[in-house]
Ligand binder design. Structure first.
Ligand SMILES: Cc1cc2nc3c(=O)[nH]c(=O)nc-3n(C[C@H](O)[C@H](O)[C@H](O)COP(=O)(O)OP(=O)(O)OC[C@H]3O[C@@H](n4cnc5c(N)ncnc54)[C@H](O)[C@@H]3O)c2cc1C
Length: 391
């Protein structure tokens, strides 16, 4: 709204975190071109980290960092800082500053899971600092050095294959209970064969109990390691918990089905760090595939709240699980919208090309936030009835 030449800001929106969800949300808010909504993004660094490329970054085949200035809408303000606490109507920053907000979008993402004994002896692939330091370490290793990758999920699979192809003189082992455990047996067999083709030694059926400076302890004995890569599950930052906001047992911000934080109508969440109720969110596994539409929906929810309207429930369908296996091989498992596997799979070079295009496409989507549409979710199951009060 403008009175004479003066622009009156009706709503100050602070977006905490400039990952996939935060950038999409901020850009979509700004793209509706309301001069009366001021959007400020707070992020610890002035760069966007393409986390989906961190295994490529670690192996030295790609750069996962790009300036946020080239990605954020021109009307979005960037404040380089870390949010230390979220108060009633303001956020407190680690540089001693504070930002007041009318609406806050919580999009702090995820980090490497903690809790593994000796994890300080491993390089994490879940964040830029870990991946950058791993890149340096891999370059220093002599031929035939042992690299042990812990974790048989998609991140561990991609990391092991990428390192093995980039450094064929190293001995790369993937240690896990199982490989790609959520996928059908036939898909797992193909992935295991592809890992073997890459030169990765599979050690499945093992549970890692501790990481040492020179090896990995498992329930079946010790494996020597000159460089251990931690690619286990993700944790979320404890900012919501520390700020006294309602969280799920794993620390994710609890929201209603429109992504509004339970009991805090000015706070909306999106991405890995958020736990919507199961009837709309069960299929939303931590992924940029879910974070981008969650960010877009979060922006629409904030706009509805600014207009005094009731926000719509979130509805997001999943499409598949895609993994690169080095630069020339890959595997894609198509899924139903509820993230359960379909029969269709893509494999080999064509899958590698599709996966690469998907990674590039995520950046394009964030640059055209207003036009962005996504696949609706599966028919929601009925929300669980409220518990009956005990007499
Ligand atoms: C190696 C690897 C490969 C992957 N491959 C795929 C893939 O192929 N497909 C897929 O869908 N997903 C993939 N993922 C997962 C995907 O990267 C994440 O799910 C996605 O990044 C989540 O997006 P987000 O916006 O929620 O959080 P993030 O991208 O993690 O961004 C969160 C942002 O918040 C910032 N932040 C955190 N705390 C604060 C604070 N207190 N104050 C201010 N800012 C803060 C962080 O610095 C970060 O910039 C992969 C992940 C890894 C590690």
């Amino acid at each position: 709204m403008s009175i004479g030449s003066e622009v009156v800001v009706l709503a100050r929106v602070v977006v905490v975190g400039a990952g996939y969800a935060g950038v999409m949300a901020a850009n979509r808010l700004a793209a509706v071109n309301r001069s009366d909504v001021r959007v400020t993004v707070v992020n610890p660094r002035p760069e966007f980290v393409e986390r989906v490329r961190l295994h490529e970054h670690a192996a030295g085949v790609a750069n996962a960092v790009r300036p946020l200035s080239g990605l954020l809408h021109r009307d979005v303000r960037l404040r380089v800082a870390t949010v230390d606490a979220i108060a009633e109507r303001s956020v407190l920053l680690d540089d001693g500053g504070a930002l007041d907000f009318d609406h806050l979008l919580y999009a702090v993402g995820s980090t490497a899971a903690s809790g593994l004994a000796g994890s300080e002896n491993a390089w994490s692939i879940a964040d830029l600092d870990g991946a950058a330091s791993l890149r340096t370490r891999l370059r220093q290793l002599p031929a035939r050095a042992h690299v042990v990758v812990i974790g048989g999920g998609l991140t561990g699979i991609e990391s092991a294959a990428e390192i093995a192809y980039r450094y064929p003189s190293l001995r790369v082992e993937l240690v896990s209970q199982s490989v790609a455990s959520g996928l059908p047996e036939s898909s797992r067999t193909i992935i295991e064969r592809k890992l073997a083709n890459a030169g990765v030694v599979l050690r499945t059926g093992l549970r890692v109990t501790a990481v040492r400076a020179d090896g990995v302890e498992t329930d079946a004995g010790r494996l020597p390691s000159d460089c251990t890569v931690w690619a286990g599950s993700f944790d979320v930052p404890d900012l919501a918990l520390r700020s006294g906001l309602p969280v799920a047992p794993d620390g994710r911000l609890r929201t209603d089905d429109a992504l509004v934080c339970a009991g805090h109508p000015r706070i909306v969440g999106a991405g890995d760090a958020v736990a919507p109720p199961g009837h709309v969110g069960d299929q939303l596994r931590m992924s940029c595939q879910a974070a981008i539409p969650m960010g877009a929906h979060g922006a629409d929810t904030v706009l509805a709240l600014i207009r005094g309207e009731r926000p719509a429930p979130v509805s997001i369908g999943m499409t598949g699980q895609a993994m690169s296996l080095g630069r020339r091989d890959g595997f894609i498992q198509a899924t139903h919208r509820d993230d359960t596997p379909r029969e269709f799979v893509l494999s080999g070079r064509v899958a590698a090309v599709v996966k690469e295009r998907v990674c590039r496409y995520t950046i394009t989507l964030m640059r055209f936030p207003r036009a962005y549409r996504w696949l609706p979710g599966p028919t929601p199951t009925a929300p669980a009835p409220p518990p009956v009060a005990a007499r």
